[in-house]
Design a protein around this ligand. Structure first.
Ligand SMILES: *C1O[C@H](CO)[C@@H](O)[C@H](O)[C@H]1NC(C)=O
Ligand SMILES: *[C@@H]1O[C@H](CO)[C@@H](O)[C@H](O)[C@H]1NC(C)=O
Ligand SMILES: *[C@@H]1O[C@H](CO)[C@@H](O)[C@H](O)[C@H]1NC(C)=O
Ligand SMILES: *[C@@H]1O[C@H](CO)[C@@H](O)[C@H](O)[C@H]1NC(C)=O
Ligand SMILES: *[C@@H]1O[C@H](CO)[C@@H](O)[C@H](O)[C@H]1NC(C)=O
Ligand SMILES: *[C@@H]1O[C@H](CO)[C@@H](O)[C@H](O)[C@H]1NC(C)=O
Length: 469
């Protein structure tokens, strides 16, 4: 009883809110309610209506369920509104053939209908989009809160139900893509790579992304169409089988213009097999694209492995470790120095071997606090707590970071997802090779530690080869 009273109050307050909203907004030409007056007209009819005096002094009947205004003149109209029914709220109640009071107003004044199936679909969508666990709603307390405060007819949504709903949504979305590929009159480009799960989780997965230009709108579209376990060994044959499966399942066998992947021999053999099977357009000239970002990555990795550069990186890392990783007290002293000087105190981005951009970001965050780092490290070194970090290393790192910046920018631009990247490749390669040539000509700062040939001429040629392949 208490619950239904609360619910009633809640619905009532919603009504009042909406009511004030609608009357408050009434600056348009339509008259709004000025006063609700009592009436002793035919109570059989008027139990469902309020008799209202409007701002233009006319009288209107307002339906208590759907808030529509009707003329007071016709008893039949009023009766039909409720009994026939024309009233949306009454209709909804009838469709649900349930106890009265289950429909209410939505915030925009339309009729709100509680639909458990719709709710579960929304839950599934929420769980997918926000990457929530399937058991997110699977707790009796959640159920109780929902039932007591929002919807008494809410039923418990268990983990298995939610999983089933999510799978249903996924299948429907997949089918939609498959159907649209069936009808599309355009070429589709695929991008694929193999992804290893983070440590602790076994297995590796292959992800395939599709890009195409939607013929009607000229919009570039992007969909991840496959994310499947791809156990090693990642041989060319296995890769070929996986890709064939994806192409067949997605109606794409005669529509693929180009497939982009890392430049590796396994990938190449798989591409050759696919070419034989599908005889792609343009004699397959564009069928196998080698990922430029991956090649840039290889180039920079090779550059960073040059012993002199590696030594600089290691000494920089050691310097950071002296400050941030030797002891908590040392770190706190450093933080205090930064605070007193009103300078940024950034935690270093430690580099990881597989991502050269982590080295770039480590240098970058270090350079942002160069003065404080250099000062404090000198203090430590003067107390013989660590070795001196040579001042010229800072200069080299500055120069190196500038050089890496152009590669980082190119990688970011060419890794774009929502715009075509192939028209940008030439431009970015031009930027990179220009900067490299400048460094080579100047000899510049890098020659201090005799790292001339940091990136040999051949590297530039490799970059330029990408264009022709
Ligand atoms: C292509 O080869 C590279 C390097 O061997 C590998 O990392 C990548 O995952 C391969 N791509 C596919 C789609 O198998
Ligand atoms: C509507 O019903 C009331 C009471 O039954 C009656 O007095 C009134 O004349 C009716 N109005 C019309 C338009 O029929
Ligand atoms: C598809 O690939 C072709 C050939 O590599 C390229 O010219 C085109 O821009 C690509 N289209 C999209 C939408 O990525
Ligand atoms: C390439 O294929 C060979 C087997 O043919 C496999 O041992 C190797 O791991 C594969 N390389 C990559 C990078 O997947
Ligand atoms: C480094 O590059 C990877 C992709 O190669 C990217 O996902 C990551 O966000 C980059 N790191 C930073 C700090 O920009
Ligand atoms: C791609 O790989 C092949 C062999 O795996 C190599 O000969 C070729 O130079 C590479 N191309 C680029 C642009 O790196």
């Amino acid at each position: 009883m208490l619950i239904s009273t609360c619910l009633f109050l809640w619905i009532l307050s919603t009504y009042i809110l909406i009511f004030t909203a609608t009357t408050g907004v009434g600056s348009t030409s339509a008259p709004t309610i000025r006063e609700i007056i009592s009436t002793n007209r035919n109570p059989q009819i008027w139990k469902d209506f309020n008799l209202c005096i409007m701002t233009d002094n006319s009288q209107k009947a307002q339906c208590k369920h759907c808030f529509h205004f009707l003329s007071v003149g016709s008893n039949t109209t009023l009766r039909n509104h409720i009994e026939h029914p024309h009233c949306e709220a009454k209709k909804a109640q009838k469709n649900q053939n349930s106890e009265a009071g289950q429909t209410s107003m939505a915030r925009d004044g339309s009729v709100f209908m509680y639909d458990p199936d719709y709710l579960r679909e929304q839950f599934a969508g929420l769980v997918i989009q926000r990457a929530l666990p399937f058991n997110h709603f699977d707790h009796e307390q959640t159920t109780r809160v929902f039932q007591n405060t929002m919807q008494p007819r809410y039923t418990h949504v268990s983990r298995s139900t939610l999983k089933r709903d999510a799978m249903k949504l996924w299948l429907a979305a997949k089918q939609e893509i498959i159907d649209s590929f069936g009808n599309i009159n355009a070429c589709v480009n695929l991008t694929t790579d193999v992804w290893s799960a983070p440590h602790g989780v076994p297995g590796s997965y292959m992800c395939v992304t599709a890009h195409w230009i939607e013929p009607g709108t000229w919009q570039m579209m992007k969909r991840v169409i496959s994310f499947e376990e791809f156990p090693s060994p990642h041989t060319g044959g296995a890769l070929f089988k996986m890709l064939t499966k994806v192409l067949t399942n997605f109606n794409l066998e005669d529509k693929v213009m180009s497939i982009t992947l890392d430049n590796a021999s396994n990938n190449t053999s798989a591409m050759d097999k696919l070419k034989l099977k599908y005889e792609p357009p343009m004699g397959g000239r564009f069928y196998h694209s080698r990922c430029v970002a991956h090649i840039i990555n290889l180039v920079v990795q090779a550059g960073l492995e040059v012993p002199a550069i590696d030594a600089i990186r290691e000494s920089f890392k050691t310097m950071l470790k002296d400050i941030f990783k030797s002891s908590a007290r040392t770190r706190q002293r450093y933080v205090k120095i930064c605070k007193d000087a009103e300078k940024p105190c950034l935690r270093p981005n430690w580099d990881v071997p597989t991502r050269w951009n982590s080295t770039y970001h480590m240098f970058l965050s270090g350079l942002k606090q160069q003065n404080t780092l250099a000062y404090f490290h000198d203090v430590l070194a003067n107390k013989n707590r660590c070795n001196h970090f040579p001042t010229e290393n800072w200069v080299i790192i500055q120069s190196l970071t500038q050089l890496l910046e152009v590669f980082n920018t190119a990688t970011e631009i060419l890794s774009g997802v929502y715009y075509p990247t192939s028209p940008l490749v030439l431009q970015q390669i031009f930027f990179m090779s220009t900067v490299l040539s400048e460094y080579e000509l100047e000899g510049g700062i890098l020659s201090i530690c005799s790292v001339r040939g940091f990136l040999p001429k051949s590297t530039i040629q490799v970059l330029q080869q990408t264009l022709s392949s």
